[in-house]
Design a protein around this ligand. Structure first.
Ligand code: DX5
Ligand code: ZN
Length: 224
C-alpha cells in the first residue's frame, strides 16, 4: 500500500494535490512543530480542512513534543491513523487507548537511531509501527538502509502472530529503494518527493506500488 506524503506537495493547493493521488491507500500528513524536529509545517486547522476535502484515509504523522496533549485532536477530527513518536510520548499506553477511543488507529514511530526491542511490549497497544528511514524533519533525504533490520523484526513478529501492527516506512522511498523495503516486509510505503516531484503523481504512485508488489513476492519466497 502507498501513502503519498503531502510534505512535498503545494501547500496552497492541498485539495488538488490530494485529488492528484486519487487511489492512494492513505494520505500522509506530516505535522511538525519546530521543537521535536527543526521544521514547522501545519497543524489541526489545516488537517481539518484537508479531511473535509478528501475521501482518502488521512495518516497523521505527528513530529511534535507533547503528543500526549495534542494527538487526540487529530483523532477526534477524523484522521484514520494518528502516529506519535516514541521519543516524545510520555504515557504511550494511555495515549494509544485515547486515540482508539476517539475512533482512530494508533501509530507509534521510531527515529532511525531508536531501537525497537525496548518497545515491543508497548507495540501491543498500537495498530501501526512507523519506521523512519530518514531523520524526521524534511523530505527529499536519502534512505537509511540499516533501519530495515527493524522492519524485518516487526515482520517476523507479525507473521508469527506475536504482534498485530501494520508496518509502515517513511523517508527516502523511491523507485530504487522501495524494493529492498518491500522485501524486508513493509506493508505501507510513505513517499513524498518520489510522487509529488513527478510530472504525473498518480502514475509515479502506481509505478511504486507495482515495484513493491513485485519485490514483496520475491521477499516472500526467500524469507517468509
Ligand atoms: C520526513 C517526513 C516524511 C517525508 C518523506 O520527516 O516524515 O513523510 O515527507 O519525504 P520523502 O519521501 O521525500 O523522503
Ligand atoms: Zn512522515
Amino acid at each position: 500500500m502507498i501513502a503519498p506524503s503531502i510534505l512535498s506537495a503545494d501547500f496552497a493547493r492541498l485539495a488538488d494535490e490530494a485529488r492528484a493521488v486519487d487511489g492512494a491507500d492513505w494520505l500522509h500528513v506530516d505535522v511538525m512543530d519546530g521543537h521535536f524536529v527543526p521544521n514547522l509545517t501545519l497543524g489541526l486547522p489545516v488537517v481539518k480542512s484537508l479531511l473535509d476535502s478528501t475521501d482518502i484515509p488521512v495518516d497523521c504523522h505527528l513530529m511534535i513534543d507533547d503528543p500526549d496533549r495534542w494527538a487526540i485532536g487529530y483523532a477526534e477530527a477524523g484522521a484514520h491513523n494518528v502516529t506519535v513518536h516514541v521519543e516524545a510520548a510520555l504515557e504511550p499506553v494511555k495515549l494509544a487507548a485515547n486515540l482508539r477511543a476517539a475512533g482512530a488507529k494508533a501509530g507509534l514511530s521510531v527515529k532511525p537511531n531508536t531501537p525497537l526491542e525496548p518497545y515491543l511490549d508497548l507495540l501491543r497497544h498500537y495498530d501501526t509501527l512507523l519506521v523512519m528511514s530518514v531523520e524526521p524533519g524534511f523530505g527529499g533525504q536519502s534512505f537509511i538502509p540499516e533501519v530495515l533490520e527493524k522492519v524485518r523484526t516487526a515482520r517476523r513478529l507479525v507473521d508469527s502472530g506475536e504482534l498485530r501492527v501494520l508496518v509502515e516506512i517513511d523517508g527516502g522511498i523511491n523507485a530504487e529503494t522501495i524494493e529492498q523495503a518491500a522485501e524486508a516486509g513493509v506493508d505501507m510505503f510513505v513517499a513524498g518527493s518520489a510522487i509529488y516531484a513527478a510530472d504525473d503523481p498518480a502514475r509515479a504512485m502506481e509505478a511504486l506500488r507495482a515495484s513493491a508488489v513485485r519485490a514483496a513476492g520475491k521477499g516472500g519466497d526467500k524469507e517468509r
